[in-house]
Design a protein around this ligand. Structure first.
Ligand code: ATR
Length: 269
């Protein structure tokens, strides 16, 4: 069977092996997909051994997405815009092809939720790597993006980088209440260490949908906990995006489409 894996550090709690093996079962693809704890010092050497041993592809997660981007031989256009790689594929000539399926995963999951129509205003909280990874596919989906970030210079730097590709601007937290939004996406890392999600205000009451790129299998994320305190009920966490990006990686490797929505339901049980 063809070998695949997800590389990260830490990696123990990754859901990707379970998800990819579910995809394989659903489509009858003969693959094995495992998890690999990458060494912070020797990730590049470990990865090249993995491919020398015959592996066909892998996913890359924190903290190796930029290092995987740097070591790949060629890149998809969306990967170049993301400046990070979550999917590697070994080509028939041995070269490594880098893709980033996070942004298309988000777009596909928003489509599944019926939250994506052209020309909406989307508020994105955060201006780190998670935001950089999804801007290009969202702009291609004809969305008008507003980025709010604690460090406003980082938001402005992203706007400068992407402004030729679509409608994108920064917005200060103080001005959020003055603008109409169709959707708010949390792309910050706030709450990952158990902190309270302090970035929200009464403005949330005027936005119809909320998407958290963070996820938790069987409980609310900090962002969603905070939304509930405002009586907001139209939210989704990022588990759907996780499956959707995985389905896109699977399609790149195996040339087979998989319906991740059914597997998402199973996973939540
Ligand atoms: P990632 O790759 O997950 O995006 P990152 O590049 O470290 O990680 O970015 C983290 C994002 O969460 C940033 O937008 C960060 O805001 P700053 O750029 O102002 O640091 C945001 N973030 C993290 N902790 C935060 C906090 N306590 N308050 C506000 N924003 C926070």
């Amino acid at each position: 069977r063809d070998q695949y894996a997800v590389w990260g550090n830490p990696i123990e709690h990754s859901l990707s092996p379970r998800i990819q093996m579910d995809f394989a079962k659903a489509t009858g693809q003969p693959i094995v997909y495992t998890k690999k704890l990458g060494s912070l010092e020797r990730f590049e050497q470990e990865l090249s051994l993995f491919f020398q041993d015959g592996a066909m592809g892998c996913n890359i997660t924190a903290p190796f997405k930029q290092r995987a981007f740097a070591l790949a031989d060629l890149h998809s256009e969306r990967c170049l815009h993301a400046k990070s790689c979550n999917t590697l594929k070994k080509l028939p000539d041995g070269r490594l092809y880098a893709d980033n399926t996070d942004g298309i995963g988000l777009v596909n999951d928003l489509t599944r939720l019926n939250w994506l129509v052209p020309h909406q205003n989307i508020l994105i909280l955060g201006a780190g790597g998670a935001t950089q990874g999804v801007l290009y596919p969202l702009l291609q989906a004809q969305q008008h993006i507003f980025i709010a970030n604690r460090n406003e210079e980082k938001a402005q730097a992203l706007v400068n980088e992407f402004q030729d590709l679509g409608a994108i601007s920064t917005i200060s937290f103080a001005d959020i209440a003055t603008q109409r939004f169709d959707l708010c996406i949390n792309a910050t890392s706030l709450g990952l260490n158990g902190e309270d999600f302090t970035l929200l205000g009464n403005w949330v009451r005027h936005i119809p949908h909320f998407y958290d790129m963070q996820y938790k299998l069987h409980e609310d994320t900090p962002f969603i906990k905070k939304l509930k305190s405002y009586q907001i009920s139209d939210y989704a966490d990022g588990l759907g995006m996780l499956l959707a990006q995985g389905a896109e990686s699977f399609a790149l490797w195996r040339n087979v489409k998989v319906d991740y929505a059914a597997i998402l339901k199973e996973l939540r049980k």
